[in-house]
Design a protein around this ligand. Sequence first.
Ligand code: C2E
Ligand code: MG
Ligand code: MG
Length: 925
Amino acid sequence: MAFGTHRAAFQHIPRVCLILLALLAPFGAFRPVTAVIDQFLGELRFSAFQRDASQQIAFIAIDKDSLEKIGVWPWPRGIYADILDSLSHFDPKDIFFDIDFSTPSSPQEDAKLAEALDRAGGGVILPIFKQHGKAGELSAVDLTKPIALFSDMAWPAFANVALDDAGLVSRFATSDDAEGLRIQTVATVLAGYEGPDGTFPIDYSIQPTTIPTFSVSDLLAGKIPASSLQGKTIVIGAYATELKDIYPVPVHGAISGPLIHILAAETILQDRLLGAVDQLPLELLLVAAVIAAALAARRVPVLSGVAATGLAIVGMEAAALWLQQSGALILHTGESWTIVLLGLCLFISEKFDFNRFLLRRAMADRRLARTVLQQIIAESSDAVIVFDDRLTIVEASQSAAALWPRKRAEARRLDRTLPADLSSAVERMAENYRTEPGHSLAETIHFSTDEPPTRRYFEASLTISPRVVHLERGGTDQSSFIGSLIVRDRTAQRKYEQELLRLSQTDELTGLLNRREFAVRLARESGPVIVAAVGFHRFEVVAKVLGTMLSDRLLPALADRLRSLPQALLLGRLGPDRFVIAIRDGHAGAAEALAGAVAELFKDPIDLGGSMIPVDVRIGLYRSQANDEPPANSLAYSEAALESACSVSSHWWREFDPALASRQERARRLEHEMRAGLQRGEFFLLYQPQVDLKTGAVVGAEALLRWNHPETGAVSPAEFIPVAEASGFIRDLGRFALVEACRAARQWPSPMSVAVNVSGVQIQAGGLLDDVRHALAESGLAPGRLHLEITESAFVEGSRAVLDLIAVLRDMGLSIALDDFGTGYSSLSYMTSMPLDKLKIDQSFIRRLAATPGNLVIIQSILSLSQGLRLKTVAEGIESQEEWDILRSLGCEEGQGYLFGRPMSTPDLLVCERMRAESPALRAG
Ligand code: C2E
Ligand code: MG
Ligand code: MG
């Protein structure tokens, strides 16, 4: 506000200054300038209308010719006497000698002139001058007048010529005082002036060239015709330049003094005594008029203002000219010029009022901004609609028009253009604004059009803002609002988002829920549920046989079967061959019923393009007890149950058992700790002697892994080996065992062999051959001393490749033993196709050997089979002398057990070997 007031005050400064200057102009504030203008214009006016002399005054010039003819200067006064005499023939009116006769010359010459003056009879005028008597004393003025001899016979007249401020002779006095008398000037005397005293301007429009002028020489020679001078007033004076009687005058440059006198006299004679106009009131009037016009003419274009100024000046000049010409009045227009020009400045300054300049610029900017905005709106890819408080469309993009083509050209109403959802949202917001105006409102609205599948989704940003209109002279008007609607087609984005959501929630291959989403949705279920983890036994083997292409088709087929389960609440995929089902837990037998239903689903093999794939389904069940049970627990428990169902071949489904779960938990922990344990050297091998049952001599030893856990102490291989097998870590452990065992065996007596246990997982995973080669090369052990103990399952799950691998190992010289024979799947007949060297009868048969006669039969048949296949038999777990004896009697070649020695370190083994070699009694038992 303060700024605005100050600006308004500053804005008036030029106006006030210009008006003040204009008001001062009539009072001579610009005199130095106006004088120059007036001088210039005065001369122009004189030259504009030239006048001829009246012919009543003639000039007899002392010219160059006269000077030459007479030959001396100053002339003897007799010459002037001659001139007077010559003139007397013409009967002149008056004669004026513009010659200084103030000093006497020779008496004879002075007498001649005095006599001539006398003869002329008193009609002669002689000049008197006022001049400074003494150089440097300006105050002392002397009167220079003709000597008494002459002045007694002539009229005196002042012949002073005065220069004005501009250094020109422009005015003439009518009379002056001389010794107490009022004496007229030459001009007034010559013109016979009888008016008031004062000065008057000489009218220089009278042309000096039109004054009848004759040379003294011609006069004296009698060459001037009588008519030329008859009855005229005669002026005799200097004309030749060298006489230096020359003065600067307006219009005509420099002219001789006598001519100036004549022109002054002519001015009077021709009634051209130019009067002055009283300019002050006129000029004040002009000031008022000019100021009023300048202030009033703001809307007039600048050029018109300048033209009007020019016209005013021309008009003034015409008037001045006319007054001078016709009314013999002088009008000095210099000040008027100044006033008019100041008026022009005022007019221009009013026109270029700073505020208005800014305003105009702002308006131009606004126009430009609006144009740009219109263009942006028109070409926007989003549909843009701008509307006013009557909900009428003010501006709309082409894209909006394409989206909602207006039914009729005049349909600028939003409700006739927009879809109903959007239109009502706009109306609601407009209503809100009206109840509480002045604040911007914004909202994002989602709406859709059309029906599926061509349904389109839109997002609209709706904004209503107070409309502020800036008026030209300040002040604001908040009468209405302006609304904008930016509508973006989100169909593609929505599809993309939905697809993204689907991908994030489901398994790509089967389309079932993924683990995370299954857990999320399970958490939403209220009431007791049964979660069933479904796995497929030996799926990996099947997948390997089928190859990636077919197994990728197998999984969706499995999922499809699960989908057909009517009671399924949720279906998901947990892992490569693991699915999950949730159902409501209705009754006591619900879990079992579910297991049965799932088993029923997979009763028939799956048809994969002609290949019928049998599916061995396993199910782990968990009954979620509480509603607030974390879904992750439910999943983990059902999977734990599934794991136990998978590990026991006789039970294809299991319900969750907390004890089992804790074992699994420990297994998981071990799996994690084993890796670090191997690196820290917590694993080592012990060696259990293998004995020739006939002689009792130690023929080799079985390497058995031990883990000295830093916290729990010794961990049994029966516990950690299955864990290592499940995680694949058995490959690292097996590699370690091979290298360690071979290194140790190198220190043993050369016939002793070392038997290393090899897991089926090691064979399946590949790399065993490399590991063996590495261990042999690293230790330098002869391949024939290395025996590998492999359990039956390795063969059962094995393919042709497994058999080939074993063949290669045997070709290298290694011996292969089938470990734990009798515990697994292998039937006796199956043995025939196996490339084996040894059969190790599982210790469970030996255990009850003495007590259970049935076992004896089994061992006998095993022994006869192996003898038929030329396999060596090794009996495991011999703890008593009796067992040794029986086995020896049955023809079993080798034995191993606590009776001969527990698993021990290499030094202990070597002691044991030596003792048995040296003591036949010990050997024979
Ligand atoms: P296994 O290969 O059948 O090993 C024989 C097991 O019987 C050893 O148990 C041994 O200590 C035990 N044993 C030997 N004589 C007697 C006896 O007279 N009475 C009794 N009650 N037990 C006897 P250990 O050392 O606990 O090993 C258990 C299983 O762990 C092994 O069975 C083998 O399958 C596996 N294992 C041990 N070391 C390794 C290894 O380096 N690699 C692989 N893959 N498995 C290994
Ligand atoms: Mg073994
Ligand atoms: Mg064994």
